[in-house]
Design a protein around this ligand. Structure first.
Ligand code: NI
Ligand code: MN
Length: 228
């Protein structure tokens, strides 16, 4: 059973396995690096890590068109239900697990903020530990480095997706420390290259990962997939 992870630029990921499609933090129409527009993307499930515009802006349109299940923290799930009339929402919170027919999801801690675009309170920001097809994929999402990443790594992380953009999240140097704590088999960079303030040299980062950690770096360009 293989899993295909497609990077749609910024922090947007489309995960597909056995015909199931999980979309994380869709930011497409206003993203300078997205290879697709929101009306070209279909998803059964949409995960939302926190309330910032670069993570929620295309959730409602894609969810409405596909009747996607939208999974987020309690406050964001309620916000989508009330403000965008989404009926298929799941509200959870940090440390909780959600079990669906084909995947398990744990909402993990993230150190960031989470205000929604209209100023509403967006609850606590989170990351996701996604288990499907017997693989553990950890999306740190927007966060700084934190030492409890070591606990998340104890689950046995096959793939970690970490921000490296700096300024709004951890940067390349702290991501190396994060990789040492999580000890994933492979690591994919995210949340960089979208705008000049978060431009990074991903190949230089990949060389540091190879030199300083046991993980294999996988650098994609927007629109490219990693299959494992
Ligand atoms: Ni953010
Ligand atoms: Mn962000």
């Amino acid at each position: 059973m293989t899993i295909e992870m497609k990077w749609l630029g910024h922090a947007t990921w489309l995960i597909e396995t056995e015909g199931h499609r999980i979309l994380l933090d869709p930011f497409l129409n206003d993203s300078p690096t997205s290879p697709v527009k929101a009306d070209e993307v279909d998803a059964d499930v949409i995960l939302v890590s926190h309330g910032h515009f670069d993570h929620v802006s295309d959730v409602a349109s894609i969810a409405s068109r596909n009747d996607s299940q939208v999974i987020a923290n309690w406050e964001i799930a309620e916000w989508f239900a009330k403000n965008h009339s989404l009926e298929n929402t799941v509200g959870m919170n940090i440390g909780g697990n959600f079990q669906s027919e084909f995947f398990k999801l744990k909402m993990t801690h993230a150190i960031h903020s989470s205000q929604l675009p209209d100023g509403s309170y967006g609850g606590n920001p989170g990351g996701f530990l996604l288990t499907l097809a017997n693989k553990n994929i950890y999306f740190a999402c927007d966060t700084s480095l934190f030492s409890d990443m070591q606990l998340i790594g104890k689950s046995g992380v096959d793939i970690a997706v970490l921000p490296i953009g700096d300024l709004f999240t951890m940067g390349p140097e702290d991501s190396i420390e994060a990789i040492k704590l999580i000890a994933p088999k492979q690591v994919l960079p995210s949340h960089y290259g979208t705008w000049p303030p978060i431009e990074q040299d991903a190949e230089a980062w990949a060389n540091k990962v190879r030199d300083q950690t046991d993980a294999e770096p996988v650098v994609l360009t927007p629109g490219e997939s990693h299959t494992f």
